[in-house]
Write a protein that binds this ligand. Sequence first.
Ligand code: IMP
Length: 213
Amino acid sequence: MRKGGEACYRRAMELFVATANAHKLVELAPALPGQVLRTPAEAGHPGFEVEEDGEDFLANALKKARALYSLLGRPSIADDSGLVVRALGGEPGVRSARYGSPDGGATKLGAAERNAYLLERMRGRADRACAFVCCLVLVLSEDRLFVVQETCPGLLLEAPRGSGGFGYDPVVFLPELGKTVAELSTEEKNRVSHRGRACARMAGLLAGLSAGA
Ligand code: IMP
């Protein structure tokens, strides 16, 4: 142990993922190879939940990772992600999951309705630039933390295309690949997505920490 009770990580780290959604682990585990991911439930906190009321992705991810670290005193990781659209001043942004909700988020629209709402707001706009964003925060102690934030830039189509993926995938076109995100295989999406890119950078950081760097 280092001074201050902080561990020296020379092998796989046990990371607690700040989410109540077990599917998050299924998504993150292959992208963070060699690490042992645990849910708050495995540490006796099945009801762990944090209100995502931050102004940006970093604020939300930091809040969630710090909240779990405060609860457990163990290495904690959190992510926050969404879509930002330049012509809409960054909407839907941190409100990506609640976008278009008639009651401020209590009732969420389905993905198809939400995409229709977004495309309606974009009707007639020439600037179609958008990007998926993913922020990951790893908290190792009260004073030691790592942040990575990555993007997957694209263009908003005028109508959805493709049936893979989820959320906004069918309306985001990637010009270099000539496909929407919903037309990519899982492997292709993992390679180019905001989440895949952020996880690759975090995996590099974790490998360095595991090696004692
Ligand atoms: P969360 O950070 O996983 O809660 O994601 C917030 C919202 O952003 C989701 O409900 C989706 O609408 C959107 N989102 C995040 N990542 C993706 C993606 O890879 N594809 C499509 N939509 C996404």
